[in-house]
Design a protein around this ligand. Structure first.
Ligand code: FAD
Length: 554
């Protein structure tokens, strides 16, 4: 690789800026040109909702760096408002439009890195171009939304799409005291999660007065004088609104790649290898426009998240600058969101994804506390662990709670990346003192339960299982049972756990039996008693009442 390699990068935010600075740190002699069609480079997309809501007070805080700084420190030639219009891989040129002057020119490259990101999906509905309908992708969108809230004091906002950005924006609109409706096509909020794991988020939304409309997409927008006045749903409902925010997903910006004849993958992203090289080895693609290698299934997928984009940029920058780099690690899709005091996230596979990929899976769910229950301030935390049912290889996890969700996700993501089994998780030596966790952390508790399953000590039923044909044993106290019976269960025998050994004759040991309690701990003890007392077929309802009520309502 010649030391004066000319590297041109298209797109100057997460992936592009990472590629540029890594390339410079690897090759001091390279010529590095960064083209960005908009006004800003290297801004914090992930922070945009928090600036709109006021949690981040200064706009400047969103600018991770500036073109001037990138020149001073890295000698990167940043050209903002310069749009790449086309790529000619044969001549190794990029045609560029200088947007402020209209000048067009060709820029040659030895190595080209495409980091063009993704664009919000906008449904083709009448009125969608109205001044009070927004999408959120960059600082210009942010300024528009913030100005609309500041100047127009909306009486009601409708957020369409209950994914990560939609949920963050609902929270920030409430922060700005804008009453908000949330519309989601699926029957649950945060559709990447399994339904019962998203339920705490939905409950938090409702508890904060958000008008949550699930199971219906938008059918149209009513407008007068170029401004939307109401959102019409497919189910015929209508919500008055003077601010509409669309968060229904993104589509990869692959126009340049397609025009240059680069191969796209089945997911619609630009196909890349482990060094982020496309089908043209001197052209790299990173971030939301490219595919990544999804670790749990080995599939090439699009996973539009900041971490993978930054890391892919680093790999591409190094490889473009030196001809070598450590291969990009598989992506696990680890993601997290906070909304109105509730946090939820996932890493690796969900049940839905495992089934779609045709993989065998088993799962346990534990309902615990984010630190030792006896220490003040312990908050509920639900952790669902998916694993391969023979060897116990970890497949994924979902966590919901108000605190400590990130820690559990990151521990399991690390295990997943290293090919851990549930036995490895059970043996992890995690930091513990009462304010931080528990001697048996929820990660351990879930892993212990999974190990018990692998060892044949217990068999779990999923929270939404059909209980017809089972003898259901509820081992809660009579008061607990009276306050909230187990939903979706007939033939329930209620015997408090501490009386079970003395009242076994009330049960038929020949029937398939399911044990349940409030959240799963007593049910497990009961299952062990029954199994050791000769009951033929015993199951433990994972997560018991807590999870079953979430699953059935979901
Ligand atoms: P981007 O960072 O979007 O950069 C692409 C750039 O390319 C853009 O600036 C665009 O103008 C430029 N460009 C495109 N075409 C051209 C062209 N032809 N010529 C010149 N320039 C061009 N991810 C998380 O993991 N966690 C979060 O909490 C999170 N929160 C988010 C919140 C919001 C509001 C948004 C919008 C995204 C969030 N994301 C989050 C996603 C994350 O920001 C993206 O995955 C990441 O920025 C993708 O990086 P990228 O380099 O591929 O694209």
């Amino acid at each position: 690789m010649g030391s004066g390699t000319r590297i041109v990068i298209v797109g100057g935010v997460a992936g592009g800026a990472s590629a540029a600075t890594r390339a410079r740190r690897i090759n001091e002699d390279a010529e590095i040109i960064l083209l960005e069609k908009d006004h800003d480079v290297s801004f914090a997309n992930c922070g945009l909702p928090y600036y709109i809501g006021g949690e981040i007070e200064e706009r400047e805080a969103l600018l991770v760096t500036t073109p001037a700084r990138l020149w001073e420190r890295f000698r990167i030639d940043v050209r903002v408002r310069h749009e790449a219009l086309g790529v000619d891989p044969r001549r190794r040129t990029v045609s560029v439009l200088e947007r402020d002057t209209g000048r067009r020119y060709d820029e040659c490259y030895d190595k080209l890195i495409l980091a063009t990101g993704a664009a919000p999906i906008v449904p083709p509905l009448a009125g969608i171009d109205a001044a009070n309908v927004f999408t959120l992708r960059n600082l210009e969108d942010t300024d528009r939304i913030k100005t609309a809230i500041d100047a127009e004091r909306p009486r009601r906002a409708v957020v369409v799409g209950a994914g990560f950005i939609g949920l963050e924006m609902v929270e920030q609109l409430l922060e700005r005291e804008v009453p908000t409706s949330l519309v989601e096509l699926q029957d649950q909020v945060l559709p990447p999660l399994d339904a019962e794991m998203a339920r705490p988020l939905e409950e938090a939304l409702v508890a904060h007065g958000v008008d949550v409309r699930l199971g219906s997409g938008i059918a149209g927008l009513a407008s007068t004088g170029g401004r939307v006045t109401a959102v019409e749903l497919e189910n015929g409902e209508r919500i008055e609104a003077d601010l509409v925010l669309l968060g229904i997903g993104v589509r990869p910006c692959t126009g340049l790649a397609e025009q240059a004849g680069l191969a796209l993958g089945a997911s619609g992203g630009i196909r890349t290898n482990e060094f982020q090289q496309t089908s043209e080895p001197d052209i790299y693609a990173v971030g939301d426009s490219a595919e990544v290698h999804f670790g749990p299934t080995g599939q090439a997928l699009r996973i539009p998240l900041a971490g993978p984009a930054n890391r892919a940029g680093r790999t591409a920058g190094e490889h473009a600058a030196s001809g070598r780099a450590a291969p990009a690690a598989p992506v696990l899709g680890t993601a997290i969101v906070r909304c109105l005091g509730c946090t939820a996230g996932l890493t690796g596979l969900t049940v839905r994804q495992a089934e779609r990929a045709g993989l065998e899976w088993a799962s346990v769910t534990v309902v615990g506390r984010h630190h030792a229950g006896y220490y003040p301030g312990a908050k509920p935390l639900t952790l669902k662990l998916l694993y391969e049912p023979r060897e116990g290889r970890v497949l994924g996890a979902q966590v919901a709670g108000s605190e400590g969700v990130d820690k559990r996700l990151d521990v399991i993501a690390t295990g997943l990346a290293l090919g851990a089994t549930v036995r490895d998780l059970a043996g992890l030596d995690l930091a513990y003192a009462p304010p931080f966790g528990a001697a048996k952390d929820p990660v351990h508790m879930a892993a212990f339960a999974a190990c018990n399953d692998l060892d044949g000590l217990v068999r779990f039923l999923q929270p939404d299982a059909d209980l017809a044909g089972f003898q259901v044993l509820d081992v809660r106290s009579p008061d607990e049972v009276a306050a909230q019976p187990l939903p979706g269960a007939t033939k329930v025998v209620a015997i408090p756990l501490d009386e079970l050994r003395d009242r076994l004759e009330e049960l038929d040991p020949t029937l398939p039996t399911v044990t349940s309690c409030a959240s799963g701990q007593r049910a497990y003890v009961a299952a062990r008693i029954l199994t050791q007392r000769g009951f033929r077929e015993v199951y433990d309802l994972t997560g018991s009442l807590t999870l079953r009520s979430r699953a059935l309502r979901a």
